[in-house]
Design a protein around this ligand. Structure first.
Ligand code: UDP
Length: 165
């Protein structure tokens, strides 16, 4: 099913990456994708979409009661985003490492080669998102790429049919 697709039977891991509106508006998309490929990730899926308020509310549900949520909502709906599924060994942690810390203004001194240091501005406008755990990676990949789930469920159904003769 979808979850075995996300974990695979190889040692490769998948994660969800987003180039946020400030990344696109600032024309950082090509540089960010170049860094992703140079770091050894494959980009398995990619699409550019405009998030609406409903999507942001569901995607960032864990932050909905935070004081910065309305500002985060404005930011995340301010323009299109690029959502991608990245794959490599240790993809979840490695993508978070390449992104750098949440606060892009601090990243400039502590993680100067990170994407957030290079492209981000502050604790909100930090250019990129990455799943923070296997559970979030699975949730976030199916959130944006629901079609994968449907395809894989069909495959599984077919397999059960075969094994039962
Ligand atoms: N954010 C914000 N204000 C804050 C903290 C976070 O606007 O004080 C935004 C920021 O864009 C961040 C996102 O909310 O990337 C999610 O926050 P989280 O703490 O999960 O950081 P991340 O996992 O993205 O580093």
């Amino acid at each position: 099913d979808f979850w075995s697709w996300t974990n695979g039977n190889t040692n490769k891991e998948k994660t969800l990456a987003i180039i946020k509106p400030d990344g696109l508006l600032g024309n950082h998309t090509d540089d960010i994708k170049k860094a992703i490929l140079e770091y050894g990730f494959s980009i398995l899926k990619e699409k550019t979409i405009q998030l609406d308020e409903d999507a942001v509310t569901r995607f960032y549900a864990e932050h909905s009661s935070k004081n910065f949520f309305s500002s985060l909502m404005k930011y995340m709906t301010s323009g299109p985003v690029v959502v991608m599924i990245l794959e490599k060994e240790n993809a979840i942690a490695d993508w978070r490492a390449l992104m750098g810390p949440t606060d892009a203004s601090k990243a400039k001194s502590t993680h100067p080669h990170s994407i957030r240091a290079m492209c981000g501005l502050d604790i909100q406008r930090n250019c990129v998102h990455g799943s923070d755990s296997l559970t979030s990676a699975q949730r976030e990949m199916s959130f944006f790429f629901r079609e994968l789930s449907a395809v894989k469920l069909e495959d599984t159904w077919g397999m059960f049919g075969n094994s039962e003769g």
